[in-house]
Design a protein around this ligand. Structure first.
Ligand SMILES: Cc1cc2nc3c(=O)[nH]c(=O)nc-3n(C[C@H](O)[C@H](O)[C@H](O)COP(=O)(O)O)c2cc1C
Length: 426
């Protein structure tokens, strides 16, 4: 096993002690089968977070600067501009998907044209059901289908899904074969290192993926027993990269552009995947792109830090997108004319509750680093509906216009704790 890299060693901001080679940077592109991903950055799937609104929000994050007055997030943005090469859906149950009515499926698999390339992630343990669901994903127009072998949630593991399968490589092989035979779109797998330190299977698993025609693999460099504790062990990403020829996507604990470049440098991975940092700092992908470009041009990596106006623009836009999405869903529902009035009312109230719940959840991450952000969070938590949340955001930023900007947007520990408490992890 190669040298272990720890966060203590990740002091890239101390160039004398820990100089990173000038060539260390995230690649401009990589291929998953016939799909080109450019730049080589991936938004990690996150249950409860990476729905269509958040995914489009991330792809359009480059617009949220004070110099840009537009909130027209439907405008086509290239991945190069946003800095995010690939987005992924939250994990979806293959059992659920194959049983669902067509209309409900559509809601689960909603994505917009400007989300391509996009991968849909499935979890499950039955090869036939997973193969059926992969076909549904392909028919829905997704570019890539991904299999989740990392979810640590007890209810998923109890049905042998997610990381539960890491203990059963023969069953994984049956699943690989069934899905591969069912679809022609690229097929990828995202996994953890193994169940625990006594049972590390990531290299064997990556080889199995390659031998069964999968087009790429992504490793979150922790075991199931690690949960989200400790530091991701990047040396296992390097070991997987050494063992296979298919592209390897490295994942775990990237918080800054320097971390992203360092992961590529230390492991040789073909692309980097970013999870928890994205909701705390939606500019991370653009910052990586800026860091890469400036490093190429001058040998020194630099990137912008968002101003308060940028934050305002970002928060306002994201909340407006959530409110707009409700309106779109309602219009679609009305067009389907399938619900009786009483049911429609219940659905509407639930959607509003969900959207306001998301705003409250995101407020905690987005307002980190904003001077006086605690007051804003309080107002958002007390708001009763989406428009009241937006009004609170507008009022806050109007009355705080002259406060100094905060330079540092790195997530604090509490952001991470909040994220790991979500449904995905029990
Ligand atoms: C709230 C939350 C939800 C997650 N949901 C999923 C998921 O649906 N599918 C998946 O493969 N991984 C999921 N993960 C794991 C992430 O994709 C990623 O592997 C992990 O957070 C490590 O990357 P990071 O250090 O960049 O956050 C989730 C993580 C969090 C925090």
């Amino acid at each position: 096993m190669k040298k272990r890299y720890t966060l203590e060693q990740k002091k890239w901001d101390s160039p004398i002690e820990h100089a990173m080679p000038a060539q260390a940077r995230v690649p401009a592109s990589f291929n998953i089968g016939n799909v080109t991903i450019a730049p080589a950055t991936v938004l990690a799937p996150m249950a409860g977070v990476t729905d269509t609104v958040f995914r489009r929000f991330i792809k359009n994050a480059s617009q949220f600067s004070a110099s840009s007055s537009t909130t027209d997030v439907e405008a086509t943005q290239t991945n190069q501009q946003s800095g995010c090469g690939l987005i992924m859906t939250e994990f979806t149950s293959a059992d659920g998907l194959s049983r669902m009515r067509e209309t409900k499926r559509k809601r689960y698999l909603t994505y917009y044209d400007d989300e391509h390339p996009i991968a849909a992630q499935l979890f499950g343990s039955n090869p036939e059901t997973l193969a059926d669901s992969a076909r549904i994903i392909q028919d829905a127009g997704f570019d890539i289908v991904d299999l989740n072998l990392g979810c640590p949630a007890k209810r998923v593991v109890a049905c042998n899904g997610g990381s539960g399968l890491l203990k059963d490589l023969p069953q994984i092989e049956r699943i690989f074969k069934a899905i591969r035979a069912a679809v022609t779109i690229p097929f990828t797998v995202k996994f953890r290192m193994g169940w625990n330190d006594a049972h590390i299977v990531c290299v064997e698993l990556a080889k199995l993926a390659e031998d069964n025609g999968l087009n790429a693999c992504a490793l979150h460099a922790r075991t199931r027993e690690d949960g989200y504790t400790g530091q991701a062990r990047w040396e296992y990403i390097a070991a997987v990269k050494d063992a296979v020829r298919i592209p390897v996507i490295g994942n775990g604990d990237i918080r800054t552009p320097e971390d992203a470049a360092a992961m590529v440098e230390k492991t040789g991975c073909d692309a980097v995947m970013i999870g928890r940092t994205a909701p705390a700092n939606p500019w991370i992908f653009r910052q990586i792109a800026q860091y890469t470009a400036s490093k190429e041009a001058t040998g020194i990596g630099t990137y912008d830090h968002p101003t308060n106006d940028d934050r305002y623009s970002m928060i306002r836009t994201y909340f407006q997108m959530l409110v707009d999405e409700i309106a779109i869903e309602e219009a679609a529902e009305a067009a389907r004319a399938e619900a009786i009035i009483a049911q429609g009312q219940i659905a509407r109230e639930k959607r509003n509750r969900d959207a306001v719940g998301k705003m409250k959840q995101f407020a905690a991450w987005f307002t980190h680093g904003v001077p006086g952000g605690g007051g804003l969070r309080k107002q958002i938590f007390e708001a009763k509906n989406g428009n009241a949340v937006i009004a609170a955001v507008e009022h806050f930023f109007e009355s705080h216009q002259n406060l100094p900007d905060e330079a540092d947007t790195a997530p604090v520990q509490s952001d991470t704790a909040l994220l790991t408490e979500a449904a995905y992890c029990d």
